[in-house]
Design a protein. Sequence first.
Length: 33
Amino acid sequence: MFHLGYYWWLVGITNIYQNLGDLTRSGDFTWRV
């Protein structure tokens, strides 16, 4: 049975990665190691 919570977690992670990508492309975000 498909777990709805896992689906929303996956969607959230995807959105986070997309937001990070937008920040890096715009140059407003700098990676700090």
